[in-house]
Design a protein around this ligand. Structure first.
Ligand SMILES: NC(=O)c1ccc[n+]([C@@H]2O[C@H](COP(=O)([O-])OP(=O)(O)OC[C@H]3O[C@@H](n4cnc5c(N)ncnc54)[C@H](OP(=O)(O)O)[C@@H]3O)[C@@H](O)[C@H]2O)c1
Length: 332
């Protein structure tokens, strides 16, 4: 993959070709997107100025990072909070690396510290050699956890934790239907729900049955061949698919039960129950809970492919289906 020049940030009327000559900031390699309609095929490998930390932020030298399949469909990848175009944007919300600079007023982290975390969705930035990120969105990464593993944890780990515990209020002994149970989020939901004492039924494509069972599902519904409605009444559905599957899922929840979805806003609701659609947020304490579970073997991460930043565009546009996350190993 060749490194193309720009696009670079306009300064006034002039397009600055080498911003470092004016600002003294260095350059870094990064993946950018500029065209929403192009999807991952519109990713380009460019040079960008190394970011600087603002108040309460740090700059992290990224060792590994991850990109979530839906990121390019989220408005936050394309605009800022005021709806202004923020392209070219660098995608990639989850990352692991080493702190190289502290912004004014930043406490709790130090230069040289190993960290992992989740960037704000209006910022992204993980598919690059350096990222500026709010310190509160990071947690220490223990020395015995590899950067590649660290980068694979924040998005599925926080999403599963918040969906099951904060929003789903899961109780031991409850039954949980987990859609996409062999996928990135679903496999983490499956493992955590089992640990918390739930009876877990996984769903997915026929080919994913064994993988879902290996992650701890006690039963499996093949959405391509089985009838979802045959599941009967469960206490909680954790949906990652949306659409028709989400709508039909409300019908397999007992009265008073809970439907949690991360796929889209939902109008489907179980009778007398709760329906929650939410977007994950960074949380240092929860990151700590998740990484501790990886260290002691309670949680297994789901990585399908690891590629370098130079090969990231090709790796994020796979010709064949990859089960599990693609992690970009930015530094060897
Ligand atoms: N709201 C939030 O905070 C939040 C956070 C994280 C992720 N998300 C979103 O949640 C979704 C899942 O993310 P992920 O990272 O877990 O994705 P993933 O790793 O691709 O997992 C999704 C799983 O569901 C399966 N699946 C999808 N549609 C299916 C269908 N119609 N029938 C049977 N199986 C189906 C997929 O199989 P195939 O690969 O064969 O399709 C895959 O195994 C994405 O849309 C992502 O953008 C939202």
């Amino acid at each position: 993959m060749s490194l193309s020049k720009g696009p670079y940030e306009p300064r006034g009327l002039e397009v600055v070709e080498r911003p470092d000559e004016r600002t003294g900031r260095g350059w870094m390699k990064a993946i950018v997107v500029t065209d929403e309609a192009a999807g991952t095929a519109g990713m380009t490998f460019v040079e960008r100025p190394v970011p600087e930390p603002a108040i309460n932020e740090v700059v992290v030298q990224v060792h590994a990072s991850g990109f979530t399949s839906g990121e390019l469909t989220w408005p936050s990848t394309w605009t800022d909070r005021l709806g202004r175009d923020r392209t070219p944007s660098i995608p990639g919300q989850q990352l692991a690396g080493v702190v190289t600079a502290l912004g004014y007023g930043t406490t709790g982290l130090s230069v040289g510290q190993r960290v992992f975390g989740l960037t704000d969705s209006y910022r992204g930035g993980g598919l690059a050699e350096y990222v500026a990120i709010e310190a509160r969105n990071l947690a220490p990464l223990p020395g015995d956890v590899d950067f590649t593993v660290g980068a694979s944890l924040p998005m599925p780990g926080l999403t599963a934790w918040q969906g099951l515990i904060e929003h789903g209020r899961l109780q031991a002994g409850q039954s949980v239907l987990v859609h996409g149970a062999a996928g990135s989020v679903g496999s983490t939901v499956t493992q955590l729900a089992r640990e918390f004492g739930a009876y877990v039924i996984g769903t997915g494509r026929a080919a994913d049955r064994q993988s879902a069972l290996d992650f701890g599902a006690m039963d499996f519904v093949d959405l391509e061949n089985d009838a979802l409605e045959d599941v009967g009444d469960v206490d909680l559905v954790f949906d990652v698919i949306g659409g028709d599957i989400l709508k039909r899922s409300a019908g397999v929840i007992r009265a008073g039960g809970t439907l949690v979805t991360i796929a889209e806003p939902t109008e489907a609701r179980p009778p007398d129950g709760l329906a929650i659609d939410f977007v994950v947020e960074a949380d240092r304490a929860q990151l700590g809970e998740i990484v501790q579970r990886v260290r002691d073997g309670r949680l297994r991460t789901n990585i399908g492919n690891v590629a370098t930043l130079d090969d990231a565009v090709a790796a994020l546009n796979p010709i064949e289906r990859i089960s599990g996350q693609t992690i970009i190993r930015v530094r060897p």
